[in-house]
Design a protein around this ligand. Structure first.
Ligand SMILES: C[S@@+](CC[C@H](N)C(=O)[O-])C[C@H]1O[C@@H](n2cnc3c(N)ncnc32)[C@H](O)[C@@H]1O
Length: 364
């Protein structure tokens, strides 16, 4: 990052102009009205990300006061966290749109197959429309994938998310869980009892629970591990433990469900968690962006709790709404294979998409 030298010491408390002008240039010019666009010449996701995340202190001259360093740092941090949030948001939007296009193509393919089955063919207006829609979807899918690639793909998204986990920004979400684990296992002898088994799905770091390793044994997995200690694994394809002692006491789904674009797959992830937990005591730690709960047209706290009950998570142990995130701990009270985790009647969707809060400023 280019750093201009200040010739004369600046007045106290003044935010360095250099930080504003060069320190954040990557982000301020890189954000198009459509979203983030990263110069295609820069192929290394980290360097692109670093260009958008300046360290404020760097840009302050040695003659500046401590206060200047502090305010510069604060401004730079705020800007960099905005850029990170914007990148994450854009990636989510693209991911969701991609899932929608793919689902439409799949539905159209099924409808076409059915029509053929009934000796109908493309002469029908509906099929023709469907064909046009499928062609448009294919074009859009290519555009979306290109934009995701330009952003740096899943790897870049994860690096941005890791940055969001940094200590300055509140840290990872493990800290809220610890007191709850302690209260749910008051008799645990942290030195002698077997450690609790915790499955961290979508782990960006293998060290989230390291401080508690004497009583928590973590298995971190991710689609695209950012560390060799994280197992590369799709949770939806993870083999269900063959014996009871391999089940988990805790499954963490922190900012994972909202990452998945397809609503049915989001449900599948929650259902999958029931197969990995110790029945009656196993805990699911679910973290979601707060707007998923308090600013959605179709979802809210009550519906989430109802859906979780249906899956077998009959007890909401604790929940908490922070500024940006919603934290939930549910207990799996019903053994998998009981009513929880079962499919509804054939062909019936148990929780159809229904408007619950018809307000213009709410998310779709
Ligand atoms: C926003 S990051 C969450 C990071 C971290 N858990 C946290 O709380 O900050 C979402 C992560 O979930 C991972 N993920 C999404 N679906 C997954 C799946 N089916 N199996 C494993 N990991 C998955 C993604 O690869 C991504 O790294």
């Amino acid at each position: 990052m280019a750093v201009k030298k200040q010739k004369k010491p600046q007045k106290r408390k003044r935010v360095s102009v250099t930080a504003g002008a060069t320190g954040f240039a990557g982000a301020s010019t890189g954000i198009s009205p459509k979203g983030l666009s990263v110069p295609s010449s820069s192929s290394d996701p980290v360097s692109v990300l670093m260009a958008m995340t300046p360290s404020g202190a760097e840009t302050t001259s040695s003659t500046s006061s401590l206060l200047t360093v502090k305010s510069t740092k604060a401004v730079a941090q705020k800007k960099s966290s905005l850029a990170t949030a914007q990148l994450i948001r854009r990636y989510h939007t693209l991911n969701k749109e991609l899932s929608k296009c793919l689902a439409r193509i799949e539905a159209n393919k099924n409808a076409t197959e059915q029509q053929h089955h009934h000796h109908n063919n493309w002469k029908h207006g509906g099929s023709h429309k469907g064909q046009e829609q499928a062609a448009a979807d294919l074009v859009r899918i290519a555009e979306i994938r290109q934009e995701m690639d330009d952003l740096g793909g899943l790897d870049m998204y994860q690096k941005a998310s890791t940055l969001g986990q940094s200590k300055q920004r509140g840290g990872d979400s493990s800290k809220w869980l610890i007191p709850i684990l302690e209260s749910c296992h008051p008799d645990i002898n942290k030195k002698t009892d077997p450690p609790l088994r915790l499955l961290d799905v979508g782990a960006l770091s293998p060290h989230n629970y390291q401080k508690y390793s004497s009583w928590i044994h973590t298995t971190p997995i991710d689609l695209n591990p950012q560390d060799p200690l994280i197992t590369k694994m799709d949770f939806l394809e993870m083999p269900v433990p063959a014996s009871k002692d391999k089940l988990f006491n805790v499954v963490c789904l922190s900012l994972v469900v909202n990452f998945v674009g397809d609503p049915a797959q989001r449900g599948e992830i929650l259902r999958q968690a029931t197969r990995f937990l110790v029945p009656r005591t196993g805990l699911l730690y679910l973290v979601l962006p707060l707007p998923c709960i308090d600013n959605s047209r179709y979802m809210d706290h009550e519906l989430l709790v109802e859906m979780m009950n249906y899956l077998g998570f009959a007890t909401l142990v604790k929940h908490h709404f922070a500024k940006k995130l919603a934290y939930y701990v549910f207990r799996l009270d019903v053994a998998p294979g009981g009513s929880g985790g079962k499919k509804g009647k054939a062909g019936m969707v148990k929780f159809p998409k229904k408007m619950r809060h018809d307000k213009p400023n709410r998310n779709k």
